[in-house]
Design a protein around this ligand. Sequence first.
Ligand code: NAP
Length: 253
Amino acid sequence: MAKRGVLIVTGGSRGIGAATCRLAAARGFAVVVNYAANEAAATALAGEIEAGGGRALAVRADVGSEPDVLALFEAADRFGPLAGLVNNAGVVDAPARVEAMSLDRLDRMFRINLTGSFLCAREAILRLSLERGGPGGTIVNVSSAAAKLGGAGSYVDYAAAKGAIDTMTVGLAREVADVGIRVCAVRPGIIDTEIHASGGWATRVAEVGASLPMGRAGTADEVAQAILWLLSDEASYSTGAILDVSGARAILP
Ligand code: NAP
């Protein structure tokens, strides 16, 4: 079934990443399901995809660690020729005002959410670039509506990292447009995943869902559908594009 090459999905074991892996496998990609800590979730998802006739490989790597990222891409190389990357791995921290943010928190926030995406993009370009003998391909970054809203009172650090992801998407798209690589992003609104609980706000979706423009939070599948469109040939002239998947939350510039 896997006829479209290898797609690396960072943070592919849960939430938006897991939905993306499932859909990508159904569309013919061989999927590298990256994870940081929860091996059981990653291997279960890879097993589910394989049982359904797809190809999947679970690989542990912290995207904020350069040796881990190098090992992730080497594992992907052994799996097959790279076709694309979804820079999805991301974390939030406990809601806090900026005056309470420690250097450790800021280092972690930017290392995982921003530096990790750069490291993975770099490794993807080295393999995909036509200039380097690669086949071309697509990078999709997972930003956030927070990039436009700013996260005041809770997540300014996270929002700033995602704002930088938006800027990276535009700049990198222009940088590699002539070597066969498209770079796009999705900007999800509030999506019903475990990220809110991991940041210590487990009731967030229940608390704010009804007040959102569509009266509900989004689902991981709804974001995955947008990511897969950006990865597809139907999006062949879309690069540097940032697609809001936010149910009209934060759609103004
Ligand atoms: P999630 O359910 O918390 O899943 C996070 C995934 O990232 C897990 O697979 C986790 O692996 C992995 N991960 C965490 N730290 C990592 C690291 N250092 N290296 C590699 N993988 C790591 O998150 P989600 O809600 O699906 O979010 C996915 C992306 O969407 C993130 O970039 C997030 O910022 C963005 N986003 C989410 C929302 C939302 O409301 N959910 C809104 C806007 C944007 P383990 O299981 O091993 O920890």
